[in-house]
Design a protein around this ligand. Sequence first.
Ligand code: ATP
Length: 504
Amino acid sequence: MRDIAATIQPEQDDLVRADLTATVCVQGAPGTGKTAVGLHRAAYLLYTHPQRIRRGGLLILGPNPTFLSYIAEVLPALGETGVRQSTLPQEIARHPVTGTDDERAAAVKHDARMAEVLRRALYARVAAGAADSLAVPDGSYRWRVPADESARIVADVRDEEPPYTVGRERVRARIVRYVQDLAERRAGPRTDAWVRRIERSRPVGAHLDYVWPRVRPEEVVARLLGDPDALARAADGLLDDDEQKAVRWPAAGAPRSWRSARWSAADLVLLDEVGGLLEHPEGYGHIVVDEAQDLSPMECRAIARRAAFGSLTVLGDLAQGTTPWAARSWRTTLAHLGRPDATVTPLTTGFRVPQAVVGLANRLLARLDVDVPAARSPRGDGELTMRPVAPGEVGSAVVDAVRDALAREGSVGVVAADADVPRTRHALDAAGIAAAGPEALGARVAVVPASVVKGLEYDHVVAVEPAAIAEAEGPGGRGLHRLYVVLTRAVSRLDVVHGRPLPF
Ligand SMILES: Nc1ncnc2c1ncn2[C@@H]1O[C@H](COP(=O)(O)OP(=O)(O)OP(=O)(O)O)[C@@H](O)[C@H]1O
């Protein structure tokens, strides 16, 4: 990855210089410069609208910390000007992740229907009426707000759909207004100080705590996941019994209170959703989202909340979607991002990957269940080497491939299924080849788990046992998509070492 200012192509430049208010979505084949476009767009917006960007803030979201340290080197100026580079989990982390979900639970929690389930769970706390009338002592008077009057106020405020916390204060203000009218009719004009006193009076507070209680996101989510009845009510008609069962905390392991809950990564997304219902988060003036195809509907909503008054640059490749909820159409993702009408622009000229490698990757692309334009490469240089070997000889073939690469200039990325990483490192160690992990930027040889290679590139890539890389995603997983990512990381040479048949 390098600064592309000198060689930027017209179609890339149009995206970089799109108006600040425009949300752009780029469907770009591997190596077509999506990340480069996103970073240059950030720099361009900062340069042309310094005040607005500094006021609202600019956020760049990447898929993982390794990727972030990698892009931080490209346009270092961004780091100095208050651009925030982060991952979505970092952005929404209210708690450390200490819990886990099985696949089924995670899939339900990331589903768009959870937004409505959570909204119902939160508003289940607002009393539909049934409160006693409110009596507010005031010197020798006692002002009374009848229960049906209070219920009407609550219903009106609910219809107006303000954020929950604003709603509570609105109910308070209207109750006090009602009391003030009573008082003024009987005893003449009231002062501001009187109004403040009534607002803060104990009976008004207690009434409010009954009809529109103060609440934390943790309480709402813990109640929903921990109380089967609460879940059944909130999920009625939205989640079926199996789905409810999947997300419920098992009775035996349920925490006693939300304070001792062990939140999973998906729970943090739920907490963020409730947080957004309570109060609108402070937004950014612009958000660049890289690898956006991997976002779940609920994650998209978390981003949309932070861009309520700003615009987005949405970058991704449907063919590289590897999460269980990865997008199959940009329209759906854009709708969850709150920008259903944004234009989707394809980029198809791959700058990273030479023709020989693109040919192999496009063969695999044809097997993927997504409809995206294939990449073309203008580069006739580069090499593709296939090394079929006996299953027991993969380690030594990897060593040979790395030695071949080391005879040339450039970085070497040895990419293996996560479970094969220790074995691969061991083979290199035994051959006296020093290899770092993916986080050591600038290392000559890195052994990289397939799960973190997205967005990265190496001059020479040695892809280790493609069948294992694909299988690692599990049955029904996006194994071939993962493999497609791996096969498209090479800037000049790709060496495919396999002891088993290729899975495509
Ligand atoms: N106009 C250009 N001229 C020269 N090189 C370019 C140009 N655009 C992009 N590149 C280079 O191509 C490589 C790939 O770019 P980048 O990582 O932005 O692609 P990407 O679309 O995000 O890829 P992927 O989806 O595979 O992660 C980088 O080395 C980048 O510097």
